[in-house]
Design a protein around this ligand. Sequence first.
Ligand SMILES: Nc1ncnc2c1ncn2[C@@H]1O[C@H](COP(=O)(O)OP(=O)(O)OP(=O)(O)O)[C@@H](O)[C@H]1O
Length: 397
Amino acid sequence: MARTPSSSSSSKSNHPHVLKTPQSKHRINFSSTRTPNPNPSPNPNYTNKETPQDHPIEVISRIRDYPEGKEKLAPILQAKPENNTLRVRADIGYRDFSLDGVSFSEEEDLDSFYKKFVESRINGVKLGAKCTIMMYGPTGSGKSHTMFGCSKQPGIVYRSLKGILGEEGSEGGDGEKLQLGTFVHVTVLEIYNEEIYDLLSTNGGGGIGIGWPKSGSGYKVRLEVMGKKAKNATFISGNEAGKISKEIQKVEKRRIIKSTLCNERSSRSHCLIILDVPTVGGRLMLVDMAGSENIDQAGQSGFEAKMQTAKINQGDSKLTMLLQDSFEDDKSKILMILCASPDPKEIHKTICTLEYGAKAKCIVRGPHTPIKDKLGAEDSSAGRLRIQDSSYGPVYL
Ligand SMILES: Nc1ncnc2c1ncn2[C@@H]1O[C@H](COP(=O)(O)OP(=O)(O)OP(=O)(O)O)[C@@H](O)[C@H]1O
């Protein structure tokens, strides 16, 4: 294992642009003033006038299988593929959320999901593009399942590695076809309580060792942030998707977890996997966020638990710092995958998740404007992004 390479400079444009806020609270629209993409996406799921590739943030929803053992109640979620709308049936009527794509895992397995919504972005990374894929949703909604897969089907991490490392060339050790000369540097970080930990590091190294007496396995190395990078983060290099993916999944288990009423293995921290492709300058950031549920829904009580949940939410600012390039670089794309359950009992969390996605679409991004300069004078939360929609008030990612 080695230390993280220095970052390559991101490309900048002279004309920062401001994205329009949505027409209504629940609607996500593409701005109609932007130039049409000369190379539109071949993805047939996208029916908007502009392709999602034009918009810096693409938001799709993935609805997990009905949880095993739970009584199946009348469905409350309905996809309308003709306009990529997800309709939620609430007590007082319907609410439509206009997204860039909707996928039910009962109808589309991880393979189809990846091909439809993720593959084209990974092809871009292979050619030198930068892309961030974020998993957002309440505990148990399938974020880690989509990211890492299960014994039957691999998730986005493995599939992306395989996509980047290629289909041409000679056979690799696992029977995979390797693209000659291509390799990746991989860093795996955990963000918890506003601290960044190096999940790949097994010793003190250059970072600061810290103990996890209750739920961690041994010591984790805490890292300092320098610029937009985690200083001295360990990375692994390789060209075999299978081996790298196994290593990532092994160290991901070192994340802070705690069982809740909703999920036996509930992630309490954000996990950030950074895949660099040095030969072309491509970069893929995969973020498995901590469960978004609030403390009561997670079934915890007590002061300590409340403190813990409050700090999970605060953790977003450190995350934003590390993702700053994605938000500022005009060429970098962000794919937000909203995970939700079809269970009517989860409707409140599902609506909150979809609303969060709608807000994410309204982020103002200007290549030359440091994030802190976009915040109002009254804001002391430098390093976070404010959503420019007055109907919500400031919201931070
Ligand atoms: N689409 C799916 N099909 C089948 N099982 C699923 C699906 N999504 C999730 N699961 C299962 O549900 C459980 C919870 O899923 P997962 O751990 O991915 O949730 P999560 O959103 O990452 O939760 P947390 O935020 O608490 O970590 C796991 O046992 C997982 O295997």
